[in-house]
Design a binder for this molecule. Structure first.
Ligand SMILES: NC(=O)c1ccc[n+]([C@@H]2O[C@H](COP(=O)([O-])OP(=O)(O)OC[C@H]3O[C@@H](n4cnc5c(N)ncnc54)[C@H](O)[C@@H]3O)[C@@H](O)[C@H]2O)c1
Length: 268
């Protein structure tokens, strides 16, 4: 068998229906295209119908995608979105929870409104959308969930207390999903992106002091690109990861490892 055919056998997403929230976002749109490129049928869910249709049309030039309207803050929208995906595809093989927001404010400045919105999208919405989807996965006796957590689940920055709390919680939920649903052949894992350049983080990377602060804390000295989240996502979505469940995997350019080293003596 050729190298290509072997790789395809291990990592193929052919005939897998992948439901992706946050599909039009910086990371989501790259995952949507990249997963479709390796054979997945994509159910793309997000709030902005126009951007969603544009992305869907782009993917449909070579792959297969359908757009579904979702406001994850609203329980009736969650229910109707999942119902529509099931009506269209008959099943969800892989759910990728990628919708998420942030607002950078000191702990003492956060209002109840901000708190509720970040919690509502990043945590409550993810929780109840997953609940709806997993009812169908249980009936099918198989399933796979990938939650987009964050470096901030473990390593904190100033002014992101609510966001960090939601991401630590998403990591904890990933463990609950893995242990409660293993008996139905459902796996769950989380990805913790480090500092990736997307619309969510442009404000930080355009801020000279914060950008300098971050570069020093990333061993590779640069932000990640959304494309650098794709490889692990393909692996977690495919059967190559059939014994992987309940864990969080970091993609952070050596941020948690310690960032850029202090000056040290070397003969090289
Ligand atoms: N960019 C980074 O550095 C980084 C780092 C760690 C984790 N993450 C996580 O990765 C995920 C994607 O982030 P991104 O950088 O692509 O951000 P992004 O802002 O580009 O995309 C977020 C997506 O969530 C969608 N969304 C927002 N509110 C919604 C709602 N009410 N209902 C449905 N969808 C809604 C947006 O429309 C958007 O498409 C998020 O969960 C984020 O927390 C990003």
């Amino acid at each position: 068998m050729s190298i290509g055919a072997n790789l395809e056998k291990i990592f193929s997403l052919e005939n897998k229906v992948i439901m992706l929230t946050g599909a039009i976002g910086g990371i989501g749109s790259v995952l949507a295209k990249g997963l479709a490129d390796v054979g997945a049928e994509m159910a793309l869910c997000d709030v902005d119908p126009e951007k969603l249709e544009k992305l869907t049309a782009e993917i449909n030039e070579n792959g297969k995608a359908k757009a579904f309207s979702l406001n994850i803050l609203k329980m009736d929208s969650i229910k109707s979105c999942v119902d529509s995906v099931i009506k269209e595809f008959g099943r969800v093989d892989v759910l990728i929870n990628c919708a998420g927001i942030n607002k950078r404010e000191g702990f003492l400045d956060v209002t109840e409104e901000t708190y509720d919105k970040i919690m509502g999208i990043n945590l409550k919405g993810l929780y109840f959308l997953t609940q709806e989807v997993v009812k169908h996965m249980i009936k099918a006796n198989k399933g796979n969930i990938i939650n987009m957590s964050s470096h901030n689940a473990v390593g904190m920055l100033g002014g992101v207390s609510v966001y960090g709390a939601t991401k630590s919680a998403v990591t904890a939920l990933t463990r609950s999903m893995a242990i409660e649903w293993a008996k139905y052949n459902i796996r769950a894992n989380a990805i913790a992106p480090g500092h990736i350049l997307t619309p969510l983080t442009t404000v930080t990377w355009e801020h000279p002091e914060r950008a300098k602060y971050l570069r020093e804390r990333i061993a590779m000295g640069r932000p990640g690109e959304p494309e650098e989240i794709l490889g692990l996502t393909i692996m977690l979505a495919s059967d190559a990861s059939s014994y992987m469940s309940g864990m969080m995997y970091h993609i952070d350019g050596g941020c948690l490892a310690g960032g850029q080293p202090w000056p040290f003596d070397t003969k090289y």
